[in-house]
Design a protein around this ligand. Structure first.
Ligand SMILES: [Zn+2]
Ligand SMILES: [Zn+2]
Length: 254
């Protein structure tokens, strides 16, 4: 794999996670950048990050305008999210392959993450959502077809379904190892929400995301089987309407 910044070959490097698991990162010894498979950056300690970021780059480089994922060559995007302090550069692959940290950014990110956790612990303030501190993991989300509509969905007018795209934000999905997923999204209308999970086009479970009317919704989907393709829809109940999102597909990495 080649470095998204300078295109030098990335070196496989062993790293220990906070729970003492062996993991692999991909280091660039030319520009000092790091490629982390998805989720891993959330799971290393500050000292591991410090070690990784102590690599002295051979050259300083001008980053390309559009860094690309070393795995799928898609354009990486900068994460603009509560978990990444403003001004830091953390890139993510749209297909969820991982995160790229240019030289020096990993340690800044980990310091900010630890500081936020410590702040909440010291003041006894619960962290509103794990998304406040963890990098989101963009799993493959795409429009799935062929889901049989439930009776209630069929009763909706076509107009309501067309406008659903404007009501739901794209869900942010974060994998919680080993087999859970945390889902977060917002709605432009206030209401309560449920998630319907499908497998092979059959509804297999329903989860409450918000039992009381709100516009920010989170829930955890537990006991998923890695590598199995799932689909889900979000149902929003406002005071007057029931609106169903388009179907999203997701799969959990092993
Ligand atoms: Zn590089
Ligand atoms: Zn990728």
């Amino acid at each position: 794999m080649l470095c998204p910044y300078c295109h030098s070959p990335l070196q496989e490097t062993a790293i220990l996670t906070k729970s003492d698991q062996q993991a692999t990162t991909y280091e660039c010894f030319t520009c000092g950048g790091h490629w982390f498979p998805r989720w891993l950056a959330n799971d290393i300690s500050l000292s591991q990050a410090n070690n990784a970021d102590s690599i002295t780059p051979q050259t300083s480089i001008n980053p390309p305008e559009f860094p690309r994922c070393p795995e799928c060559q898609n354009r990486l995007s900068l994460i603009k999210h509560d978990s990444v302090p403003r001004g830091l550069h953390v890139y993510t692959c749209p297909q969820g392959h991982g995160n790229f940290f240019p030289k020096g950014e990993l340690i800044q990110f980990k310091k900010a993450q630890e500081a936020k956790i410590t702040y909440h612990q010291v003041w006894g303030i619960p962290i509103k959502s794990i998304f406040a501190v963890l990098l989101p993991v963009a799993l493959v989300l795409s429009l799935a077809v062929g889901i049989p509509l439930t009776t209630r969905q069929v009763q909706q007018s076509a107009e309501t379904r067309i406008s659903a795209d404007e009501v739901f934000s794209s869900p942010i999905i974060t994998q919680i190892p080993p087999d859970s997923i945390s889902l977060s999204f917002s709605t432009t209308l206030t209401g309560s929400t449920t998630i319907t999970l499908y497998q092979n086009n059959q509804p297999i479970n329903t989860y409450t995301a918000s039992s009381t009317p709100t516009t920010i919704h989170t829930t955890t989907l537990k006991n998923l089987v890695p590598n199995l393709p799932y689909t889900f829809t979000i149902t929003l109940e406002t005071a007057t309407d029931t609106i169903v999102s388009k179907p999203y597909s997701l799969s959990l990495s092993p």
